[in-house]
Design a protein around this ligand. Structure first.
Ligand SMILES: Cc1cc2nc3c(=O)[nH]c(=O)nc-3n(C[C@H](O)[C@H](O)[C@H](O)COP(=O)(O)OP(=O)(O)OC[C@H]3O[C@@H](n4cnc5c(N)ncnc54)[C@H](O)[C@@H]3O)c2cc1C
Length: 333
């Protein structure tokens, strides 16, 4: 499975494919896991989820930002979503990536952009702003920006990736912030991160337990893994941890029935809803995580027209695509 994972992570990192995909809009099944690219479509999705007692965290898609104008545009789009959340009075907050705000070429610009978002969030009932974690090489940037902002704003938090050896230290460092705990979605080297599923799961559970016992702020446990979810429910019961101290989170389009069931059981639940045109990297990471997700993509992935449009055919070669298309059929069974 590691080969599949490496393959899709490599695709997610291609600037060329991301740019081409942005122009043609969500394809290959991505529309099932991305909530459209207009504010109206987004608000409709949020309302539908809110009706089921599910909150939303919105991710304005976009990671390959190379100019100040693009970074400012990303910031403005985030402000626009926040305004709509307020205007339509829906239950949602924001998840932002520093890369989309310009961090890859000007960290100060990303900091200023995020600060502007937080100032606006203060006006909107202190809407929570989560800084998503990305590749390990950008972690120091998040730490630098967060350390500057966390004194000024109470409504900022981040994500702890359990595959990192650093995760435990980060959990301690940010114990007073609202945190999301995840397994980790990127490909990291063995000197930085655990490599096997067993090691990652074990560390994930250990960090969740430590956090729930010591947390000084709200905790989001973001996973589709029912084994871990059941473990957390039991752990919380055994240790008399109030349901108001934590929530579960899942990504839009995955395990919706389970999400709704958990919300009906009275747990806080938030769905992470990606929105916008820049869908490709996000979608490729989801395929990397779970080959069965290829089933989402079946109809269009094997359509040569779509492959040509996205530019996959020329980027990875026909041989790879034949293998890929065979794999799609296999996982669909
Ligand atoms: C809300 C949210 C926010 C996230 N934010 C970040 C972030 O900021 N930074 C980051 O690095 N990563 C982030 N991630 C991604 C995360 O790190 C993982 O890569 C991703 O969640 C996959 O791991 P998992 O815990 O869901 O379980 P996996 O290890 O992928 O799956 C474990 C088991 O769960 C079951 N399962 C999983 N998915 C399904 C499904 N679709 N249908 C049926 N069964 C399923 C299967 O039994 C599977 O074997 C986020 C994830 C979520 C849910």
């Amino acid at each position: 499975m590691s080969l599949f994972r490496d393959f899709f992570i490599a695709l997610s990192n291609s600037t060329y494919l991301n740019e081409t995909a942005k122009r043609i809009g969500p394809r290959m099944g991505a529309d099932k896991v991305v909530a459209g690219n207009t504010i109206e479509q987004l608000i409709e999705t949020i309302e539908r989820l809110n009706d089921k007692n599910i909150e939303v965290t919105v991710d304005n898609l976009g990671e390959f930002v190379g100019t100040e104008a693009e970074a400012n545009q990303a910031k403005n789009e985030i402000l626009e979503v926040m305004q709509a959340v307020k205007d339509y009075n829906v239950d949602a907050h924001m998840s932002v990536k520093l890369s989309s705000l310009g961090a890859e070429f000007d960290l100060n610009l990303a900091y200023e952009n995020l600060r502007e978002i937080l100032l606006k969030a203060d006006e909107f009932d202190k809407m929570h702003i989560n800084i998503d974690t990305e590749k390990y090489q950008s972690l120091q940037q998040i730490i630098e920006v967060l350390d500057k902002l966390k004194g000024e704003f109470k409504n900022v938090g981040t994500v702890i990736q359990a595959y990192l050896y650093d995760a435990d230290d980060l959990l301690d460092k940010y114990s007073d912030l609202r945190l999301r705990l995840v397994k980790g979605a990127y490909k990291e080297e063995a000197n930085i991160a655990y490599q096997t599923k067993e090691e990652i799961d074990e560390n994930y559970i250990r960090l969740i337990e430590k956090r729930l016992l010591n947390a000084r702020n709200f905790t989001s446990i973001a996973t589709h893994d029912d084994r871990i979810i059941n473990h957390v429910k039991q752990f919380a019961k055994d240790h008399h941890i109030d349901k108001d101290n934590f929530e579960f989170q899942m990504l839009y389009g995955f395990r919706s029935e389970l999400a709704e069931q958990i919300a009906r059981e009275g747990y806080h639940f938030t769905i992470y809803v990606p929105y916008g045109n820049d869908w490709f990297a996000y979608f490729m990471r989801r395929l990397a995580e779970r080959p069965q997700n290829l089933a989402l993509a079946y109809q269009e992935f094997v359509s040569t027209e779509t492959l040509k449009k996205v530019g996959l055919a020329s980027a990875v070669g026909i041989g790879s695509l034949t293998i890929l298309s065979g794999a799609v059929k296999l996982f669909r069974k």
